[in-house]
Write a protein that binds this ligand. Structure first.
Ligand code: DGY
Length: 323
């Protein structure tokens, strides 16, 4: 029997590409150049499955491919707000993602940003590398203590819970959260996390606010000018979720007028473009969408796409079906 034809839009870790070659007739992206919208559309017309990433915009136009040969869209990543799910469903595509395997790596990166911004790590490193350091002194580059402070978590899914666990058990932080569908009381108790009724309630008492909700839809600009005003003066925002959850213009204004003290960002509204004002601010730590970027996690994400595809082409239900 001939192998299903699969198109992979970006380079994947070698071990996963090897596995893809064993299982499928696979078209890999050797030089890792992002596919154009036309090339993406052509992929859906010529392969049985397309495996995109967050850097591909899988919109209704791409999914209007004729003929639509693909039956499976195996996203390499947990978030899928770059995919028009309604259009995918209407074209008969099954869509899968890669949950769980990136939870720890992403939670670790949220804590990395929290520490970096609180302790001025990026600024300090630039200071030293630029040759500006003149030696130790009591008032030099004082940051903000983390232990004992309150962490506000917006979105208490897998990653939100993993961040809460690290903050509470590892760093003695008090944790408050907002989630329309909160974890059960026992889970909250274990995490030392207290539920609040509204996002505003969380913002009002948090020294650090960390975002862990999906992007798109009603969450677009969830952090807007009013919500920055609702944060405690001196508080910090951490975003490892999706860029569009934060209104970057409002964030810049909040940082400039001192409504908040700083931000640690891994995701942006118009990736890979970053609002220039943010790049100029010492109180902001900027990382290039590295949440899941450990070798172990990126291999596990690829293997998860493979598992979903194997199940699909064997006529079974893919474990991580989202549409
Ligand atoms: C995810 O898995 O959603 C990461 O942001 C990379 O796509």
């Amino acid at each position: 029997m001939s192998k299903p034809k699969v198109i992979v839009t970006r380079r994947w870790p070698e071990a996963v590409e090897q596995r893809l070659k064993e299982l499928f007739e696979v078209e890999l992206n050797g030089d890792d150049t992002p596919l154009t919208q036309d090339a993406l559309k052509a992929a859906f017309a010529s392969a049985d499955a397309v495996f995109p990433t967050v850097s591909d915009r899988i919109d209704a136009e791409v999914l209007s491919a004729e003929p639509m040969k693909a039956r499976l869209l195996g996203n390499y990543g947990v978030g899928f707000n770059h995919i028009d799910l309604e259009a995918a469903k209407s074209r008969g595509l099954v869509v899968t993602n890669t949950p769980e395997v990136l939870t720890d790596a992403t939670a670790d990166l949220a804590m990395t940003l929290l520490f970096m911004v609180a302790r001025r790590a990026g600024e300090g490193e630039r200071h030293l590398r630029n040759g500006a350091w003149t030696g130790w002194r009591p008032t030099h580059m004082m940051g903000t203590q983390i232990s004992g402070k309150t962490l506000g978590v917006i979105g208490m899914g897998r990653i939100g819970r993993a961040v809460a666990a690290r903050a509470h058990s590892g760093f003695g932080m008090r944790v408050v959260f907002f989630d329309e569908y909160p974890p059960d009381a026992e889970t909250c108790h274990k995490l030392g996390a207290e539920r609040r009724d509204t996002i505003e309630d969380v913002l009002a008492e948090s020294d650090f606010v960390t975002l862990h909700c999906p992007g798109g839809g009603a969450n677009r600009h969830l952090m807007n000018a009013a919500r920055f005003k609702a944060m405690k003066p001196g508080a910090f925002l951490i975003n490892t979720a999706r860029g569009d959850v934060v209104d970057e213009t409002a964030l810049v204004a909040a940082l400039k007028d001192g409504a908040i003290a700083g931000a640690g960002l891994d995701v942006y509204e118009r990736e890979p473009k970053v609002t220039p004002d943010l790049v100029r601010m010492e109180s902001v730590v900027l990382l290039p969408h590295l949440g899941s970027a450990t070798l172990e996690t990126r291999v596990a994400m690829g293997m998860r796409v493979v598992q979903n595809a194997e199940a699909f082409f064997a006529g079974k239900a893919p474990p991580d079906r989202v549409a």
